[in-house]
Design a protein around this ligand. Structure first.
Ligand code: SF4
Length: 297
């Protein structure tokens, strides 16, 4: 689906970068071409319990990304064009394959540049028998207008809210305007799916889970993000505070990012969220901060 609702892959403006690339001729700033490249399809067992459950989440990792996080754990695919191109038909088949393998859901990882193809693939998969929920696993650097194309198609939104400060967003994520887009994007996700709903086994069926990765030396930025969430989305939001930060990629060479998060740093962010009224918080054990939890591509 090269064009829809004012969006065209011939002059792409799907994400906040609005680079205008003709993706039929060459990749955009996110490295995505006209068709999504799928770098890895796997059952993922290390997501939050309502997502991974006992049988695993059916993860589909797209290559390319519209951010340039210096600590990216998936940099092998996010900053390269790895994997095979897949049409909407082929994506729908992958979703059905994962369902057949017993996955609890379809987990679309870094999907923003592929909204047009997904808006075609998801209804096709539903028509062909897909019944499990679709999870949209995003860095939240999204345009509200593009997210509206997915209204009614996505069951669970899983945004990772990264930076509040424009300076940090520029230094560590390559996008100074990150929060000015992530904030309305998360509000739109909340409007579409609302609070998290689970089935009798505790598996996510619909709703919003907001992730935040705690970084070393940046607690004040975490506090600002959590406060914004409380004030604008509400303290009933399911929050996932992650401590899996491991210095990888360019971050290994950066003095403020070259270590893991301390117990004190992590606990203070969780305590802050509790003090603002968040009660249902997913937390991670210290062991999560290991390269062993990063899928190989
Ligand atoms: S999704 Fe990719 S190609 Fe489209 S505007 Fe964003 S960076 Fe450019």
């Amino acid at each position: 689906m090269p064009e829809r609702d004012g969006f065209s892959l011939k002059s792409c403006s799907l994400c906040p970068i609005r680079c205008g690339a003709n993706r039929f001729i060459g990749p955009g700033a996110c490295l995505a071409g006209a068709l999504p490249r799928v770098a890895l399809v796997m059952k993922h067992h290390w997501e939050e319990p309502p997502i991974s459950g006992t049988a695993g989440s059916g993860a589909v990792f797209f290559s390319g990304c519209n951010m340039r996080c210096v600590f990216c754990q998936n940099h092998d695919i996010s900053q390269k064009s790895a994997g095979e191109e897949k049409s909407a038909d082929a994506l729908a088949d992958i979703f059905l394959y994962l369902q057949l393998q017993g996955a609890h859901n379809i987990n679309l990882v870094t999907p923003a540049p592929h909204v047009l193809t997904l808006a075609e693939a998801i209804p096709l998969a539903r028509k062909n028998g897909l019944t499990i929920p679709i999870v949209y696993n995003t860095n939240a650097f999204e345009r509200v207008r593009a997210l509206k194309l997915l209204d009614g198609l996505i069951d669970v939104y899983l945004p990772d809210i990264k930076f509040y400060s424009p300076q940090l967003a520029r230094l560590w994520g390559g996008r100074e305007d990150y929060f000015s887009f992530a904030a309305p994007a998360i509000a739109e996700m909340d409007r579409q799916v609302g609070a998290l709903q689970t089935d009798e086994s505790g598996l996510a069926q619909k709703g919003l889970i907001v992730r935040h990765l705690v970084l070393p030396n940046m607690r004040s930025d975490s506090y600002a993000l959590i406060k914004w969430l409380r004030n604008h989305i509400g303290s009933k939001t399911r929050l996932s505070i992650m401590r899996q930060y491991t210095p990888m990629h360019a971050a290994r060479f950066m003095p403020s990012l070259h270590r893991r998060v301390t117990d004190r740093e992590y606990k203070s962010v969780v305590d802050y969220a509790l003090s603002l009224g968040f009660t249902d918080i997913f937390t991670q054990k210290k062991e999560a901060a290991s390269a062993a939890f990063v899928p190989e591509f």
